[in-house]
Design a protein around this ligand. Structure first.
Ligand SMILES: Nc1ncnc2c1ncn2[C@@H]1O[C@H](COP(=O)(O)OP(=O)(O)OP(=O)(O)O)[C@@H](O)[C@H]1O
Length: 470
């Protein structure tokens, strides 16, 4: 039996909605669900409807549930066309009272005003004290990362200035830089070119690559930096990854179980190394949080392993600079949300409710993004699908929302509704299915402290490889 739901999305050309059933004008036969869902956005006290598909719906009619401080209303219901009719009344304005003031009332008002001013002064003083204590706590909570500041160990590698690099074709474009294939010392290299005005972005990324002990197979190899004489743009020369970004690799290729595990393992090992705090022979590598992990910022090399790249948003935890970077990050978010990055933002980042007193919050944000990327890799693993055919590659939440999802919709879906990308039912029948599902859900847990650490993800993947080889 097919349920009829009202189908009225803002972006009618979005083919993903059609996947849930047969769309005919404004009515959709939801063959794959027994619920209709309406999400109303309240704009100037008017309702704007948008529909999605849900799987669990206890109510027959559309019962309004306010969400996100009354910015949205949602309802889930189980009868034909029930999502077209929601009962909703905007909060009534308090009635205006008109009356003349007596002397007693004037005195009463004056007393209230004076008391309010005194109260305000007390609250301001307490607030300043609270902020001061919070700042001190933040500094002390970062102590573990600042211990080595006073040590005499080396904290930077020698600069390698490159002058003889030839640029060939463009292989990628990001928000700030353009990446070319190039030649240096007769080898093929990748050259990331930042316009002259993006010096701060270039410097941040260079600073990360130049940290001591930053050499690891799971991190793209850094060869040096330079400046183009013609237009003054800044360049970073890197090892060339033959398959380009993981995103473009997954769009073109599905993989076997062992090849998928290889991608997952190398990616997790790279992140585990990035997060590590190492001291070796008088040289110190502090922990680094990537902060912009996505399948666009992971490269695939010729041997089928992954390497992390794009450290333009990263934070070196030694400097205890999370707060400063966090503020920059929020400023960026208020501008145009960026395709490919927004999808990977953790609920706490979307809400702006990151715990500043914990120095591990940035790494926990990376683990959420890692979980989503591992899901993307597994969703292209042919051995995990009936008949050995994996579906087309999709970004996390692309099926449920849209490819160019907005902050508001993501916040509603990921944070308020606590939803995650769906895991195929078929995995339940596979020997490794439940361990894989547990791994993903433990990475993207709502509770940041319940998330796995990167070394734990590496261990879990190692036991998956030994228990379920193919
Ligand atoms: N070493 C490399 N080898 C091959 N391709 C690369 C390499 N580095 C980057 N690319 C390609 O260029 C794209 C953009 O690179 P990168 O993410 O470093 O740029 P960006 O401007 O910092 O991007 P973002 O918008 O994520 O900040 C990558 O997604 C990838 O396709």
């Amino acid at each position: 039996l097919c349920l009829q739901c009202v189908f009225q999305v803002n972006n009618k050309s979005n083919r993903k909605y059609a996947a849930f059933g047969n769309v005919s004008e404004s009515v959709q036969l939801c063959e794959n669900t027994h619920c209709c869902l309406a999400v109303y956005q309240i704009i100037n006290e008017l309702l704007k409807v948008d529909t999605l598909v849900e799987n669990s719906c206890p109510d027959e009619t559309c019962m309004a549930r306010p969400q996100m401080k009354n910015r949205f209303i949602t309802c889930v219901c189980s009868t034909d066309l029930c999502n077209s009719n929601v009962t909703w009344t905007p909060a009534a304005e308090p009635p205006q009272r008109t009356h003349s003031y007596s002397t007693a009332e004037t005195t009463k008002t004056a007393v209230i005003v004076i008391l309010s001013i005194i109260g305000f002064v007390i609250i301001t003083l307490k607030w300043r004290r609270f902020c001061q204590e919070k700042k001190e706590n933040l500094q002390s909570s970062c102590k573990d990362y600042s211990i080595r500041r006073s040590c005499s160990c080396q904290t930077k590698t020698l600069e390698n200035i490159i002058t003889d690099v030839e640029l060939q074709e463009v292989v990628g474009r990001g928000r700030f830089a353009t990446v070319f294939q190039g030649r240096h010392n007769k080898s093929v290299v990748a050259v990331k070119v930042y316009p002259a005005g993006c010096k701060h972005k270039f410097t941040t990324e260079k600073e990360i690559y130049e940290l001591p002990l930053m050499k690891h197979s799971g991190i793209v190899q850094f060869l040096g930096t330079g400046r183009k004489p013609d237009d003054g743009s800044w360049i970073i020369v890197l090892q060339y990854a033959e398959y380009g970004s993981l995103h473009s690799f997954l769009c073109k290729h599905s993989s076997s179980w062992m090849s998928s595990l290889k991608l997952c393992q190398s990616l997790s090992q790279g992140l585990s190394y990035l997060h590590s705090d190492l001291l070796s022979h008088g040289v110190h590598k502090p922990p680094v949080a990537h902060r912009d992990l996505s399948s666009f910022n992971v490269l695939v090399k010729a041997d089928g392993t992954c390497a992390l790249c794009d450290f333009g948003s990263s934070t070196i935890l030694r400097f205890c600079s999370g707060y400063r970077f966090w503020q920059n990050h929020m400023a960026n978010m208020k501008g145009q949300p960026q395709f490919g990055t927004l999808h990977y933002m953790s609920p706490e980042v979307l809400e702006g409710s990151v715990n500043l007193s914990s120095s591990s919050f940035l790494m926990q944000g990376d683990i959420y993004s890692l979980g989503l990327i591992l899901w993307e890799i597994c969703m292209r693993c042919s051995d995990l699908f009936e008949g050995g055919v994996a579906p087309q590659h999709l970004l996390p939440y692309e099926l449920e929302l849209e490819a160019n999802v907005t902050v508001e919709r993501l916040l509603l879906y990921v944070s308020e509704m606590d939803k995650r990308p769906s895991i195929p039912d078929y995995w339940g029948a596979l020997p490794q299915g439940s361990a894989l599902k547990e791994l993903l859900t433990n990475c993207w847990d709502r509770d940041t402290d319940a998330r796995l650490t990167a070394p734990c993800v590496v261990d879990r993947l190692a036991s998956l490889t030994s228990s379920y080889p193919h």
